[in-house]
Design a protein around this ligand. Structure first.
Ligand SMILES: *[C@@H]1O[C@H](CO)[C@@H](O)[C@H](O)[C@H]1NC(C)=O
Length: 304
């Protein structure tokens, strides 16, 4: 018996049932197919939506992170209301403690190469042999060979470009000592063999007599690299060589190598205002190249 025959032989009721079954079956199949398609489409849309939202979200997340970082900045450094002479911003000046005996601090990349070159150019035409603060009853002639550099003084008002002003302001922030206590900049050039024997920047009254004010600290900015030599040396660092045998012409002890743009700060006085003997220092002879340095002496009284 063929299938058609069976169908043929079916009663109308049975035919109707079969049609209904067939219809249901077709319906189910098509529904299932539609369902599969729908599921596929849904998954696809979900995937696309997920993909888009994930990239959007990472954007959003990084936006939030960016915002959070900005917020952290202002949260970490929540600014205070400031006084008339204060700042409305935060200063960060990286430094390394070089020594506590003497108190000496190194400020890498304190000035830019352009600033260094600018200061050299300003000083170049006015160099004269550097002088010494003379001791009681001493003649200039007698100490001729102690300090052999050439130098000149430059004040902030001489520089209309604002470079010296910017450097001085940065020194004030680094030292936390006010600019009214500053001497003018002293630019020095040491050429081959030139040096400065070990000395104190402060003036012991027993040697120099009573002073109007005392030097508290010295801030150096090295304006050039020096190939060999030219270090700033502290022979008494941490109490070394202090037994009275030290030859002041000798370049020994803790040595700081000049590097263009780097700043270097040391204190000549203890916190109790007496002179720190370990602040004794010199400039080692330049063996190769030339050394340019600018010095800022800071006083314990208004200097201007
Ligand atoms: C000042 O301080 C230094 C270092 O702390 C100390 O050695 C010295 O005795 C003090 N001098 C006076 C007079 O207090």
């Amino acid at each position: 018996m063929s299938t058609s025959q069976i169908l043929y032989d079916y009663t109308p009721k049975m035919k109707a049932k079969a049609r209904a079954y067939w219809y249901w079956n077709w319906n189910w199949n098509s529904r299932a197919r539609f369902g599969l398609r729908a599921v596929f489409l849904f998954c696809f849309l979900f995937f696309i939506a997920g993909f888009l939202s994930s990239s959007r979200r990472s954007e959003w997340v990084s936006g939030v992170r960016r915002r959070t970082e900005r917020q952290l900045d202002s949260m970490e450094y929540d600014l205070m209301g400031h006084g008339k002479t204060g700042d409305d911003s935060i200063s960060v000046i990286p430094f390394q403690v070089i020594s506590w005996r003497p108190r000496a601090f190194y400020f890498p990349k304190f000035a830019t190469p352009e600033q260094c070159q600018h200061i050299i150019n300003m000083a170049k035409s006015n160099l004269e042999p550097s002088k010494l603060a003379l001791r009681k009853g001493e003649s200039e002639h007698k100490r001729q060979n102690v300090r052999t550099s050439m130098g000149t003084f430059l004040s902030v008002s001489q520089d209309s470009t604002g470079v010296l002003d910017a450097i001085e302001e940065k020194i004030a922030k680094a030292t936390k000592l006010p600019r009214t206590h500053y001497e003018a900049f002293n630019v020095l050039r040491y050429e081959l063999g030139q040096k400065y024997d070990s000395h104190l920047d402060a003036f012991p009254s027993e040697i120099y007599g009573p002073q109007k004010s005392q030097r508290v600290a010295t801030f150096l900015v090295y304006l050039s690299d020096v190939e060999v030599g030219g270090e700033t040396a502290f022979p008494y660092e941490n109490g070394l060589n202090m037994d009275g045998s030290y030859d002041f012409k000798k370049c020994i002890g803790l040595k700081v190598k000049p590097r263009m743009g780097d700043g270097f700060l040391f204190y000549s006085l203890f916190p109790n205002n007496t002179i720190d003997p370990t602040s004794l220092h010199g400039s080692c002879p330049v063996i190769k190249g030339a050394k340019w340095v600018v010095t800022k002496w800071i006083r314990d009284q208004n200097f201007l």
